[in-house]
Design a protein around this ligand. Structure first.
Ligand code: ADP
Ligand code: MG
Length: 620
């Protein structure tokens, strides 16, 4: 989704004296999750009883009560099958899409993890993490949450977004909106200072690397391109450093539990080396009798260099995909960007000093909290409200396979648009409404969203029926299309979700195709329109000949028929000008016939007086 910022002076929904509504933002991460709140003055992350800000996204299902967070991480060493980490990677995935079957049990629809408590789905794990986060809000004194904004990666498709919403529903949270993680980070930084330009968001977390390039223009946040590496993150650095420690301390034949211990230790060392250039580590608690090992930051940098370069390659690709020359701002997100090596590498690649003054672990949750606060209605007089806009135009198929757009892209939602259509053929009693999405002129180049039929149109000549088609998009992006025949009041409608299955990258591709093909699309449109004209003219002449053919003598009829047949043959080709002139020529040839028909109908109306006689009378 694209976001748009509008000023809404005086749109405050809560009176200054009324109780302030509670909105929270949640960063539901692969490794760590956070919940943040904006009190109108300050943005803060809500901690647990012990004061911890981030909650490890890990849950333990080895007993009746689910354990989430640090305690589950501790249990993971001994109960790996019952401890589920990184559930986010499996959200909205079907069994075919998940390759590492090792510890997964497949349910009928979707997938689940096999635990002592039975199968647990990724949605359930996420719901448990969300519940644990919500309890922090209670701890902070908020008895009830009025609205929640949850962030998701920009590349999440509709199924993954839907799964995230389901998790929130299961946890009983009132979700106002899902917000793209990079957009949330940009909101946390950009809204305060009303930045404009191209922003790169480099997000290196525990297990994934995401790079997103956004354009902020006239208040619109648009995702230009996303990229990354779903198998690259801080965990990889931990493993490399663990290998180094194991070798340096001359340990071998470690048990799985000991290996986990060394990795946990390596993670601590890695994090410490973001602050200091050297540290001493003892592995004695893992393998008794192990001496101390000294690790320098430069050693760590040497181990991680290759992986960091992989992230830079993904950045270069993303810049290319976005089709931009340079980036104005770069925001660092994710715990791993605390590493000096990463900061330097990113600064060098983008040629900019990265923005880091908001904690990279917290920036996403904070952006979400800020938006949640606005969405629940705590708007001050001049506050800016973020609104979704429609990423791709919505329209209907019209005669000849052309698209008539009713709602143009970047229109803010909610929105209602209506337009009148008519029937293309005489006596047509049904109308097929085909709803499409995209920027192209022809239906076949757009995305088909839904089809429905309006029946019960009273038979009329082509063009006489008046059918009002209404598009209504609500604040969640849900589209409802209805069609109403105005004389009978007959209606039909359909509800569709226009963003269904469309990742932001797909949207970007469709837009690009729309721009690139604008010229050829226009030609195609003109050709189709010319053909439709030809077809309608031919059909009209044939129908008239059937009724009033005897008004023409044989040679006149022959002339007309050969003109129509010539027209049809020309319309089969793709020379727009030729079709247009054939239409004009056939129109001319049919003028005589049209005049006789008019004469006849006037005669009938006047009860037998010929038109010539009438003209004579008038003239005299
Ligand atoms: P995710 O978005 O995947 O949930 P996070 O953004 O919370 O992940 O990042 C977690 C990763 O950040 C872990 O690999 C952790 O070791 C790493 N990390 C956290 N703090 C630091 C630090 N000071 N230096 C280096 N890495 C860090
Ligand atoms: Mg993250």
């Amino acid at each position: 989704m694209v976001l748009m910022q509008i000023a809404e002076p005086g749109a405050s929904e809560t009176s200054p004296d009324g109780p302030r509504k509670v909105g929270v933002g949640i960063d539901l991460g692969t490794t760590n999750s956070l919940i943040a709140h904006f009190d109108g003055d300050r943005l803060s992350v809500l901690p647990d009883e012990a004061g911890a800000m981030s909650l490890p996204s890990v849950a333990y299902y080895g007993q009746a009560e689910v354990i989430v967070g640090d305690a589950a991480v501790v249990l993971a060493a001994e109960h790996s099958a019952d401890t589920i980490a990184s559930a986010k990677r499996f959200m909205g995935k079907s069994r075919d899409e998940v390759s590492d079957e090792g510890y997964l049990e497949f349910a009928d629809e979707g997938m689940a993890f096999a635990t002592t408590r039975g199968p647990v789905t990724p949605v359930e794990v996420s719901a448990d993490i969300l519940r644990a986060l919500a309890s922090r809000a209670n701890l902070a004194g908020f008895d009830q949450l009025d609205g929640v904004v949850i962030t998701v990666p920009a590349y999440f498709d509709d199924a993954q977004r839907q799964a995230t919403r389901q998790a929130a529903e299961l946890a009983g949270l009132p979700v106002l909106r899902l917000l793209n993680e990079p957009t949330a980070a940009a909101v946390a930084y950009g809204l305060d200072s009303a930045e404009e330009g191209v922003v790169a968001v480099y997000d290196l977390g525990g297990g994934t690397f995401d790079i997103s390039i956004l354009r902020l223009e006239r208040g619109v946040f648009e995702v230009l391109a996303t990229g990354g590496d779903s198998g690259l993150g801080g965990d990889d650095f931990d493993r490399l450093l663990a290998d180094h420690l194991t070798a340096a301390a001359a340990l071998d034949n470690l048990t799985i539990g000991q290996r986990r211990g060394v990795i946990a230790c390596a993670r601590g060392v890695k994090e410490l080396l973001s602050e200091q250039i050297s540290c001493t580590v003892s592995l004695d608690h893992i393998v008794a009798g192990t001496g101390e090992v000294v690790v320098d930051r430069s050693t760590l940098n040497g181990l991680c260099g290759e992986l960091v370069n992989r992230s830079l390659d993904a950045c270069r690709q993303c810049i290319e995909d976005a089709g931009i020359e340079q980036v104005d701002r770069i925001i660092l997100v994710g715990g791993s960007t605390r590493m000096p090596l990463i900061k330097e590498a990113a600064a060098k690649l983008f040629g900019r000093e990265p923005l880091t003054h908001i904690d990279p672990d917290q920036v996403v949750a904070m952006g979400a909290a800020r938006q949640a606060d606005l969405l629940v209605g705590n708007r001050g007089k001049d506050d800016l409200l973020l609104l979704d806009v429609i990423p791709l135009s919505l329209g209907v198929e019209t005669y000849g396979g052309l698209v008539e757009r009713l709602v143009h892209r970047n229109t803010t939602i909610p929105v209602v648009r209506a337009q009148e259509f008519t029937t293309a053929r005489d006596g047509q009693t049904g109308l097929l409404v085909h709803v499409v999405q995209g920027e192209r002129e022809r239906v076949e180049d757009c995305r088909s969203l839904a089809r429905f039929e309006l029946s019960g149109i009273p038979p009329m000549v082509a063009g006489a029926a008046r059918i009002l088609v209404t598009f209504q998009v609500d604040a969640d992006g849900l589209l409802e299309v209805s069609a109403k025949e105005e004389s009978t009041g007959e209606t039909a409608h359909v509800v569709v979700k226009p963003s269904f299955g469309l990742a932001d990258t797909t949207i970007a591709e469709m837009l690009r195709a729309g721009y690139e093909n604008a010229g050829t699309d226009m030609q195609a449109r003109q050709l189709t329109e010319a053909r439709v004209d030809a077809e309608q003219l031919a059909a009209g002449i044939y129908a008239a000949l059937k009724v009033d053919g005897d008004l023409l003598d044989e040679s006149e009829r022959g002339d007309l028929l050969s003109a129509v047949q010539g027209l049809e043959a020309t319309a089969d080709g793709d020379d727009v000008e030729a079709i247009r002139s054939a239409v004009e020529h056939t129109g001319k040839v049919s003028e005589l016939f049209a005049a006789r028909r008019m004469d006849q109908s006037i005669q009938q109306a006047l009860g037998g007086i010929s038109l010539e006689a009438l003209e004579q009378e008038v003239g005299e």
